[in-house]
Design a protein around this ligand. Sequence first.
Ligand code: AMP
Length: 258
Amino acid sequence: MKVIKTINKFSSVRNSLINQKIGFIPTMGALHLGHLSLIRKSINDSHITVVSIFLNPTQFDNKNDLNNYPNSLNQDLKKLKTSGVDIVLLPNFSDIFPDDYNFQIHENNLSKKYCGSLRNGHFNGVLTIVMKLFNIVQPNIAYFGMKDFQQLTLIKKMIHAFFIPIEIVACETIREKDGLAMSSRNLNLTANERKLAPLLYKTINSTLSLSEMKRKLINFGFKLDYLEIHGKQLLVTAYLGKVRLIDNVQLKKLDHAA
Ligand code: AMP
């Protein structure tokens, strides 16, 4: 496994990969089985699998959230090596933002809703870093988790809008045995919060009405950011203490009463 820290070095390796199908998984590290499921798919589909680890500050609207984001680079690298990843890209901020983030991708519709309405500039940060990484890595195929449904949808729309010749593969959400969607941020839950956390999925995966779901979640101790229907999905973001949990399910009943 090659671990590459500069874009220059990566580009010279990339130029040597002719007629190879390149699969790509962008991550922010603190890797878990959710990330590894995307990686497994890429290894199955492609000749070369590239994973990036970059904790992107431009998508954080809250300094505490960024500072408390778990970091486990050495363990991450061991997991990637064991999984059979070919190349890991570990860029630094100045290398990837030579413009100091003066150039940005803005989307003016979906990115303003749900997570975007509460996290100022979040999706500008996400779309800009993904576009940069796509231009650097030049993959044929890239893998994103359905856990971050709004992010996945926006990336598909960006690819379409800018005629980017990359196939986007949506990967199902990997959950703990008790139903909690795996997430790097779960490491920051206290023992008591960890016990309550699966109630988020259990509740949104029920056939209750939206107002009943909201009432239940608030009673359990969640602080709801939003619980809303988007197309055929039910999207939720809620805080347990200081940890933001995000999840979504396909609607069971299309007639969920408000
Ligand atoms: P992150 O490191 O949180 O930016 O996530 C990197 C990629 O892994 C994104 O495409 C996420 O949607 C995906 N991902 C994160 N958690 C899960 C999960 N539990 N199941 C499937 N994919 C996930």
